[in-house]
Ligand binder design. Structure first.
Ligand code: ADP
Ligand code: MG
Length: 254
């Protein structure tokens, strides 16, 4: 398998705040990478760098071995979709029209029959066909999250970036989302998700990257990264890890 995304020694500053400090990673087709770490550790910043919306001050990102900084935004958008942590400005759109905005890199004039089909396919994947005619402001948090994921899928991305995808979801849909993500992996997509949900990361990822204050604290297979020592050092809590069921929950303060 070829390397799809490569991040090399990336450093990002917001004015004088160092948000990422020497972060490197690589992901291949059909792999799920979880980016972990406490609030403010740089997870969302790293997703934005991979997506090309933020330029690192040092270091580089490569998509299909090509330097991301040299690719036109439309070309990046055709290959990569980003599911942000929340959305506000779209309230009056219907779910259908909103998901259609995910076809934007492919539409030159007006949406075609194919665009329409891709929108329905994406809605079907997240089981949201019934929501198509509703406006976004009429959705619950979990329904909105599904619409946002459908928009990302409508562009048939090769790389899917998800920022805290389970934060608004009820228990059943959390499990359904795991299955959707695994199904996308089976199709060969690269999936990179930033999450607080250590159980989700433990269960579905092929690789995990633990950030702490913008630096890579640990990287490797999930069970190499999600050790009691690592979790305690980075999150400042003692975890309870039930390996048999791949469950990680906070237990007590050290
Ligand atoms: P995480 O997603 O892990 O919570 P972020 O990537 O959002 O972390 O943030 C990393 C650090 O960068 C934090 O210290 C945060 O306060 C800071 N930061 C994030 N976005 C901005 C911004 N637009 N301007 C200034 N500082 C920012
Ligand atoms: Mg974040």
């Amino acid at each position: 398998m070829v390397i799809k995304i490569e991040v090399k020694d990336v450093r990002v500053y917001y004015k004088s705040i160092k948000a990422l400090d020497g972060v490197s990673l690589s992901v291949r087709n059909g792999e799920i990478l979880s980016i972990l770490g406490p609030n403010g550790s740089g997870k969302s910043t790293l997703l934005k760098v991979i997506n090309g919306v933020l330029r690192p001050r040092y270091g580089a990102v490569y998509l299909d071995q090509r330097y991301l900084g040299s690719l036109p935004p439309r070309e990046i958008a055709k290959k990569m979709s980003f599911v942000p942590q929340g959305l506000h400005a779209y309230g009056m759109l219907t779910v259908y029209d909103f998901v259609m905005t995910g076809r934007k890199p492919f539409i030159s004039f007006v949406p075609s029959k194919i665009d329409e089909e891709k929108v329905y396919e994406a809605l079907k994947t997240v089981e949201a066909i019934d929501l198509a005619e509703r406006t976004l402001e009429e959705l619950s948090g979990g329904e909105l999250q599904r619409a946002i994921i459908a928009r990302a899928l409508a562009g048939e991305p090769e790389v899917l970036l998800l920022d805290e995808p389970t934060s608004n979801l009820d228990l059943k849909y959390q499990v359904e989302l795991q299955e959707i993500i695994k199904g996308l992996r089976a199709k060969g997509l690269v999936i990179i998700l930033a999450t607080h949900d250590l159980t989700l990361a433990y269960r579905i990822s092929d690789k995990a990257l633990m950030l702490n204050c913008g630096k890579v604290f640990a990287a490797g297979k999930p069970d190499e990264v999600l050790t009691p020592e690592c979790i305690q050092k980075v999150y400042g809590i003692k975890p309870l890890i039930i390996a048999e069921h791949k469950i990680i929950i906070p237990k007590e303060l050290p």
